[in-house]
Design a binder for this molecule. Structure first.
Ligand code: GDP
Ligand code: MG
Length: 198
């Protein structure tokens, strides 16, 4: 069985993160925590690639729509309002959000990384913060560098600009590693502090 130190996850710095010059800041936060960058590249994907990167199943799409509905409930916004979606069906809302996501993720170059370390998936999600930057904790990447949320993004018919993507589970990470990286692009080395920290 794989040693816990070898758990891997994928990070993608989204077009707004790259254009805002946050690449160094993000890399630094990952490295300082003791997580190891084992692959890194700037790239410009096609819409088809982004479509295949994100899950397509109804359950995931419905969950995406539910995030909007939860955000609307918190701020007293009616999703059935014509200015909004005109529906309260999370699947319909999820489909619209997913299509905006494809536009956002192809709007400029991004930086992709594979990161390894103890509980890498959960550690990176903690460093990244919750999906809606307006609700993300201070000290997280999304909480420190953005205030965007679904109420504003949906009104403008665009994806929430939240700087960074990170795999949500080891299964998602495995799919994303195989999808974005060839085996020879993933490197194996020892960081100087490994003997001291772990
Ligand atoms: P993540 O894992 O935290 O990135 O969130 P998800 O996997 O649920 O969603 C993927 C991406 O879709 C997010 O990072 C946002 O950029 C965008 N997104 C998620 N929910 C919404 C929403 O309710 N409205 C809009 N406009 N965009 C959303
Ligand atoms: Mg996700």
């Amino acid at each position: 069985m794989m040693h816990p130190k070898e758990e891997k996850t994928v990070i993608i710095i989204k077009p707004d993160g790259v254009k805002r010059g946050l690449v160094g800041e993000i890399v630094s936060r990952i490295e300082k925590r003791g997580l190891k960058i084992i692959a890194l590249e700037m790239f410009q994907p096609s819409k088809k690639q982004i479509d295949d990167h994100y899950p397509k199943d109804e359950k995931w799409i419905k969950r995406l729509g539910s995030k909007t509905l939860k955000n609307y409930e918190e701020y007293g916004i009616d999703s059935k309002d014509k200015k909004e979606f005109g529906t309260a069906d999370p699947t319909e809302i999820g489909k619209a959000v997913r299509s905006w996501l494809l536009d956002y993720m192809t709007s400029g170059p991004m930086v992709k990384m594979v990161v390894s370390g103890i509980h890498a998936v959960n550690m990176v999600r903690k460093i990244v913060g919750s999906t809606m930057p307006g609700q993300a904790e201070m000290g997280t990447i999304r909480g420190d560098f953005s205030v965007d949320d679904a109420t504003a993004a949906n009104r403008d018919k665009r994806s929430i600009h939240n700087i960074i993507h990170a795999s949500e589970s080891p299964e998602e990470a495995e799919h994303e590693i195989n999808f974005w990286f060839a085996p020879e692009e993933i490197h194996d080395y020892k960081r100087a502090e490994e003997d001291i920290m772990f």
